[in-house]
Write a protein that binds this ligand. Structure first.
Ligand SMILES: O=C(CO)COP(=O)(O)O
Length: 275
């Protein structure tokens, strides 16, 4: 088990020094063949990213979260890519909280780490709604992910459209639960994804997102952590959004609007402030 993988980045407390992060989960949308060709296209775009601009991978972190079955082959595709494309982080969409045992059909975080997974998405709204994930199960899983040397990417978000203060309160219950379970110096990514903005025509409003993220960021639980805590936005995110949220969020977590490699690359360049 890879227990001592380096952190994605040394802890840093200020918005200016928190490295931006952008990624995609393919959920269960792609065939295995489409995942391979999507990853290959992104790696080619990143490997041939035009100078004189610095390659996006020099300044930001990029992750790709395929389904479990293609994850190991995606990790191999990435590690075989020419530098700096080989720095793309490969992630998983979920894992079990136990490292091994009689858990038919489940995926061990230790095995994920073993095959090159670096970041594990937990508590996505679809998993909470369709698979019975709770704050308690997400927290247990986050603890296991950290123990295996990976970074938990924990999805949080209010269920209904409402006012900012209520949304932040609902989100903070989810945030507190997970942060209480992981060591204070562990790196964590929080993905703020209002449930009602996932799978929608457009993302949540900029003011709403910025307001909620500001409240979460300013909370004692987040602000007082030693470990790097980045907050990204997800929910119908795509090209054109990051610039409007910049300064408040550390990056984006994309779904449908990154299904075409060119659209994902365009968003990557915007997050890297390249275009
Ligand atoms: O759920 C998401 C990322 O986790 C976002 O999905 P969509 O961008 O397709 O709404």
């Amino acid at each position: 088990m890879a227990t001592h993988q380096p952190k994605l980045e040394a802890p840093a407390a200020t918005p200016a020094t928190r490295r931006r992060l952008v990624g995609v989960s393919t959920k269960m949308y792609f065939s295995a063949a489409r995942t391979a060709s999507f990853v290959s296209s992104i790696l080619t775009l990143l490997a041939t990213s035009p100078s004189p601009s610095p390659n996006p991978l020099e300044t930001i972190d990029i992750f790709i979260i395929p389904d479990h079955i293609t994850l190991a082959s995606v990790a191999r595709q990435v590690s075989a890519a020419p530098s700096p494309a080989d720095r793309v982080l490969v992630g998983a969409q979920d894992c079990h909280s136990a490292l091994s045992g009689a858990f038919t059909g489940a995926v061990s975080p230790a095995v994920l780490a073993e095959v090159g997974c670096r970041i594990v998405e937990l508590g996505h709204a679809e998993r909470r709604r369709l698979f019975g994930e709770t704050d308690a199960s997400v927290a247990e899983k986050a603890k296991a992910v950290v123990a295996c040397g990976m970074v938990p990417l924990v999805c949080v978000g209010e269920r209904e459209v409402g006012v900012m203060g209520d949304a932040a309160e609902e989100v903070m219950v989810q945030v507190r639960s997970v942060l209480a379970a992981v060591p204070g110096d562990a790196e964590v990514v929080l993905a703020y994804e209002p449930v009602w903005a996932i799978g929608a025509a457009a993302p949540a409003g900029v003011e709403h997102v910025c307001g909620v993220v500001r409240m979460v960021r300013g909370s004692d639980e987040v602000n007082g952590r030693i470990g790097l805590t980045r907050i990204v936005y997800g929910g119908s995110a795509g090209p054109g959004l990051f610039r409007r949220l910049a300064g408040e969020v550390d990056g984006l977590f994309l779904g449908r609007f990154a299904h075409e490699p060119e659209g994902f690359y365009k968003t990557i360049c915007e997050v890297a402030d390249m275009g």
